[in-house]
Write a protein that binds this ligand. Structure first.
Ligand SMILES: Cc1cc2nc3c(=O)[nH]c(=O)nc-3n(C[C@H](O)[C@H](O)[C@H](O)COP(=O)(O)OP(=O)(O)OC[C@H]3O[C@@H](n4cnc5c(N)ncnc54)[C@H](O)[C@@H]3O)c2cc1C
Length: 460
């Protein structure tokens, strides 16, 4: 048989529930959106295709926001993680462009449990192991979503949908316009990577060596041995990686690598695959296989060349591929490079952000991790054009390729999640569309949560 398309028969779909707000995606952003909305007394359903919360933050083994958490629910979450022994103190990292204040990495297992507990306490209905396959659109507005689980296809009705799927799956399927990566016919996207953990690393030996090593120029090395558990961050190894590859013939894909600790374990960000179409199951799978190959090479490099790794072993490979960039929705406003460098003040700012600029060259080359002044994110970046009752939060908000290098960082993702949750709840309370929600009321509610909205208010 030579089939190119088939027709799926039409069928009735049972209604599982009706709710006020559906949040699609329980990753870094979605739980914050769900908690913010549910704490205002709204009926919220958070739908996640995997069996735990946190996405790239937890399952992806990323652990570390690249910037300070400056207020609101994200800071509350980190403070709770700290009191549960799941995070350390913030630290100042030295980079090529100066110091960057970084929120402590967290233990992913403690963070999964904490996010879940906070959702449940706020009254959020979580649906794990449930894939949202499509939004349901009536008269130009989303009124529900189609979900897939072991029970088959079901419907969840909603007044507002918050798309925290990272890829803007819902907005795109509702025909909202978007740009892939840098846009245009030659669109480039930041590369994909897969984190892994090395166990049994002698952290003290590594830290002592790194202090004297010019090949690790970006770093945070704690003053005390106690600080090593959550506070060691090293980026570089460029020269050592080059000579390792020349001498062994092992081919790696990154000029530099980053090591960071969380709860005494070493998290390694060292793999890279360029030009992957992550919406193609074949290409996605090929990228995972390539990451596995690179992980074996990097483990060998670390064990053979980096002091402190002599007795180390592979501890865990992330079960998910880390995707940095795909769709950016085209919103009511698109955040630009200059905006993200702090050059613009927005009347409708819903978050100030102090993340580093973290851009991985889509063509290869080094990673650019730069300290930058704080900037503001306007509400309009969460409002997709062409579809009603949808808000988008997380890495797929309306930002160009350059601005995305800042807004994709976890502090900004969580802040946009918080703002979307509050705005959706207020829209339901006021009985108005999310596009016409009174922004001043959203801003007042965010300020009550302790979130700075002006770049000038941020002290880092
Ligand atoms: C390798 C790598 C390293 C990074 N390093 C840093 C760093 O050091 N510091 C930093 O601040 N940022 C870093 N980032 C960026 C940052 O981690 C991400 O941009 C951010 O976590 C994205 O958050 P999100 O909520 O948008 O997406 P995610 O955390 O990916 O969450 C999306 C969630 O939606 C779920 N989902 C998607 N589609 C569906 C669907 N249809 N139905 C149900 N569920 C769905 C997914 O399973 C997932 O849980 C890094 C990113 C990568 C990939």
């Amino acid at each position: 048989m030579n089939r190119t398309r088939i027709q799926e028969p039409a069928r009735d779909i049972p209604v599982l529930m009706e709710t006020d707000i559906v949040v699609v995606g329980g990753g870094t952003t979605g739980p914050v959106a769900a908690i913010a909305a549910a704490r205002r007394g709204k009926k919220v359903v958070l739908i996640e295709r995997f069996g735990s919360l946190g996405g790239i933050l937890t399952l992806g083994l990323n652990t570390k926001p690249s910037g300070a958490l400056i207020g609101g629910i994200p800071l509350e979450i980190w403070n709770l993680a700290r009191s549960a022994g799941g995070a350390g103190d913030d630290y100042m990292a030295t980079t090529k462009t100066g110091g960057v204040r970084i929120a402590s990495p967290t233990d992913p297992e403690i963070m999964k449990m904490l996010l879940t507990r906070l959702c449940v306490e706020a009254g959020v209905q979580i649906l794990f192991e449930t894939f949202v396959s499509a939004p349901y659109v009536e008269d130009g507005a989303v009124t529900g979503v189609i979900i897939e689980s072991k029970s088959g296809r079901q419907f969840v009705g909603t007044k507002v949908l918050i798309d925290c799927s990272a890829d803007a799956d819902m907005a795109a399927k509702a025909n909202a316009p978007f740009v892939m990566g840098s846009g245009g016919t030659e669109a480039k996207m930041q590369p994909v990577s897969m984190y892994f953990i090395m166990k049994n690393v002698d952290l003290k030996k590594l830290a002592d060596w790194a202090k004297t090593c010019d090949d690790v120029p970006a770093r945070a090395i704690p003053a005390t041995e106690d600080g090593l558990a959550f506070g060691l961050w090293l980026t570089g190894f460029n020269g050592m990686l080059r000579s390792f590859q020349e001498e062994t013939g092992v081919k790696l894909q990154r000029d530099n690598i980053t090591l960071k600790t969380a709860d005494g374990q070493m998290y390694v960000n060292a793999t890279r695959v360029l030009g992957v179409d992550v919406f193609s199951p074949r290409e996605f799978t090929a990228a995972i296989l390539e990451c596995y190959r690179q992980i074996e090479g990097v483990c060998r490099f670390l064990k053979e060349r980096v002091p402190g790794f002599e007795e180390a072993r592979l501890g865990q490979v992330s079960p998910i591929l880390g995707v940095r960039e795909t769709r950016h929705i085209l919103g009511e406003y698109t955040l630009t490079g200059p905006d993200s460098r702090g050059e613009t003040r927005f009347d409708d700012s819903i978050a100030a952000d102090a993340s580093a600029l973290d851009i991985h060259d889509p063509k290869g080359g080094d990673v650019d991790f730069q300290s930058m002044p704080p900037y503001e994110i306007p509400y309009r970046c969460l409002l997709p054009q062409g579809i009603e009752q949808v808000l988008v939060a997380g890495r797929c908000i309306s930002a160009d390729h350059e601005a995305h290098a800042r807004s994709r960082n976890m502090p900004a993702c969580m802040a946009t999640g918080q703002a979307a949750g509050v705005a959706a709840a207020i829209a339901v309370e006021e009985g108005v569309p999310v596009r016409r929600v009174p922004v001043a009321k959203v801003q007042a509610a965010l300020r009550e949560l302790g979130m700075p909205l002006r770049a000038s208010e941020v002290r880092v």
